[in-house]
Ligand binder design. Structure first.
Ligand SMILES: [Zn+2]
Length: 148
């Protein structure tokens, strides 16, 4: 069973904070893979798709990932995976103005700019276009946004 964690790690002391995600459930296979057993539930809770989260894992752990089988290559401790998820949420999910996680990734194609559009306050959080995740989003293009 997994615990519920606050999406925004800075709100861990707030009992009224309503945005939660399950803690990561990990299984190690003989083939030297770290399987995220609850990747779907996790992604749903953080409002992002697996492709982008696992791409972040691959950069963060400098290794291969598989989004069909939900694994990260090598032995990654649950502690490190949890902290990677927190980092991902802070950088690519939370609105920088109000902290709400209900944001959508948008591309301003004329300028090759990626930003998070907040559904709560309407603010835009711009990603640096030297950011590797931003590069990936631009490469995948607008059509892929729905699945991000
Ligand atoms: Zn906001």
């Amino acid at each position: 069973m997994s615990n519920q964690l606050p999406l925004n790690p800075a709100r861990s002391d707030d009992p009224h904070y309503r945005y939660k995600r399950p803690s990561v459930t990990i299984r190690y296979s003989n083939s030297n893979h770290t399987h995220i057993s609850n990747a779907d539930a996790l992604c749903k809770a953080i409002f992002r798709g697996k492709k982008i989260l696992f791409h972040f894992f691959s950069l963060n752990f400098a290794t291969q990932v598989n989004t069909k089988k939900d694994w990260i290559k090598g032995f990654q401790s649950s502690q490190l995976v949890e902290s990677a998820i927190d980092q991902f949420v802070i950088s690519y999910v939370l609105c920088s103005a109000c902290g709400n996680p209900e944001t959508e990734i948008k591309i301003k194609s004329s300028k090759n700019v990626v930003y998070l559009k907040c559904k709560a306050c309407g603010s835009r959080t711009y990603l640096s276009n030297t950011d590797k995740i931003c590069e990936k989003i631009l490469k995948m293009g607008k059509k892929a946004l729905k699945n991000l």
